[in-house]
Write a protein that binds this ligand. Structure first.
Ligand code: MG
Length: 162
């Protein structure tokens, strides 16, 4: 078994969509980013790559690469899932936390879980997503940024050799 950890933060600016777990959340501000800026999916991708010791999201999907401009992070997530499986791993479960001051995330959590589970070929029950605020402390607390943390557990099939 291998554990992986991922973290991401994006600045929130006017004129951008707020994408979290592949769901567009109604909000006057969204993530400033080269891709769609989905912090949750970026944290999950980094956790998956970290668990398999395969580098990080910037290595696999360089932020300056025109191929990834405005791309849905769900594409990055599915590609990462395929890579992880190619290395002989099964994703056991994911736990994550989104830190956002507003709006409330609860109405959207189930859709996010379904998106992640579908992109990675998992059961929605194996994907946990929690929402927190930063109690008005620092940039996320001031509503100027959104953050996400994720941990994953991989199991390696015994017949895999290298
Ligand atoms: Mg990111």
């Amino acid at each position: 078994m291998r554990v992986g950890f991922g973290y991401d933060i994006h600045k929130l600016v006017a004129g951008r969509k707020l994408m979290l777990g592949g769901v567009e959340i109604p909000s006057p501000v969204g993530e400033k980013a080269h891709s769609d800026g989905d912090v949750l999916l970026h944290a999950v991708v980094d956790a998956l790559l970290g668990a398999a010791s395969l580098g990080d999201i910037g290595k696999h999907f360089p932020p300056g690469d025109p191929a990834y401009k405005g791309i849905s992070s769900r594409v990055l997530l599915s590609q990462t899932g395929t890579l992880i499986k190619k290395h002989g791993y099964t994703i056991s479960n994911i736990d994550s936390t989104i830190i956002l001051e507003r709006p409330k995330l609860l109405p959207h959590i189930n859709s996010m879980k379904e998106n992640i589970a579908s992109d990675l070929g998992m059961d929605p029950g194996e994907v946990s997503i929690k929402g927190k605020t930063k109690e008005q402390c620092d940039a996320a607390g001031a509503g100027e940024a959104v953050e996400a943390y994720a941990v994953v557990l991989l199991t390696q099939s015994t017949e895999h050799h290298g």
